[in-house]
Design a protein. Sequence first.
Length: 144
Amino acid sequence: MKSEKQLQVLLADLAVLNVNVHNLHWNVEGPAFKPTHVFLEEMYEDLFTKFDDVAELIKTNGGSPAASLKEYLELSKVEEYADRNWTVAEAFGESKKILEYLINSALEIRKTASDADEFTVANIMEDYVHDWQKTLWMVNAALK
């Protein structure tokens, strides 16, 4: 499968981003705390669901998904966040960066998969782009 290496990186990125969004969720402070806290919980739940889906996608296509924190940190292109408090604006700003990164990653994987006639992978990436674009729209609206 031509897209496997990219899927392994996405898997690792989703693992690291899940922890990063938990960091935002636990440490956000300020006005609009509760809706921001709830939004971030929904975001990390979505990341975890997609993390599991990507691992199973790799497995169902004959691969072996990375399965350790050590591997995720080696494969991921995402840096871990420092343990600190975040303002609501910072939390939404980081969420925006995360979503833009994920959309670009999914689009790259979709292109590789489509070019290789890996239609299942391409279709799943299209679904992810749609989901993340909708969430990004909400984040952008919150940042106005």
